[in-house]
Design a protein around this ligand. Sequence first.
Ligand SMILES: [Zn+2]
Length: 253
Amino acid sequence: MRWRRNRIDLLVAGSDCERIFVNLGKRLYDLQQLDLHLEKTTETLSRVEHHLNHNEALEEAKSDLEAIQKDQAALHEKQRDAEHGVDDLQAKLKPVQQKLFAGSVSNPKELGAMQQQANQLKSHIREAEDKVLEMMGQAEALQNAAAAKAAGVDSIEREWAEKRNQLQAEQAELMATLDSDRKMKDEILIQIDPAHLQLYEKLRQQKQGNAVAKIAQGRCQGCKITIPVSELSQARAGELVQCGSCSRVLCVP
Ligand SMILES: [Zn+2]
C-alpha cells in the first residue's frame, strides 16, 4: 500500500485579504506518516536484499559438495600413493623371483631365505592391493555422492534463478518507492518551521515514531485523554498544540 500525499490544507479567507491557512498538526502528521512508511520500506528492502545475498539452502548444498570434492581429492592422492607402494613392492619382488627361477642359487639356506623374502613381498603386495581396491570402492561411493549433491545444487540454482528475478524486481520497486518518498519528504520539510521540526524529531524519538496523534471524539488518540475545549479549538484553527498529557502534537483529522 503506497502512502498517498495529502494536500496541504489551504483556506482562502476573502478575496481582498487572502491568507494561507496551514494546519501545523496535519502537516506534521503527514510527515510522520511518510517517515513511518519510509522506515517500513527501508526494513522491507533490507530483508529483500538480505534474502538476495543469502540463499542458505544453496550455500549449504555448495559447501557439502565442496567437502565431498575435498574428500575425493584426498582419497585420490592416498590411492595414488598406495598404487606406487604396490609398484615398489613388485619392483622388489621381480629380481628375487628372477633369481629363484634362474636356478643360479644352489645354497639351500640362501634359497630358503630368498623364498621367504619372496613370500613376504607377495603377502605385502596382496595387502597393499586390497587397500587399493578398498579405496577404489570408497572413490566410487564418493563419486556417486558428489554426483547426487551436484544435481541437488543444480536444482536449487534453477529454482533460485526464478526467485532471484522476483526479488530483484521487488528490490527495484522498493528502491523506487524510497526514492519518491524521500523527494516527497524534502518537499514537506521545506514547508516546516525548523523549531517545529526539532520538536517533531524529539517527540519521534521519545514516542517510538509517533510524535503526532490524531484527535477523535475530543480525545488524544496517543493517550486517550480528553483535550480541553480551548486547546481543541486552537488545534482546529491550525495552531501547533501539544497534548497536555502525552506531549504529542495534536492533529485534527
Ligand atoms: Zn495525549
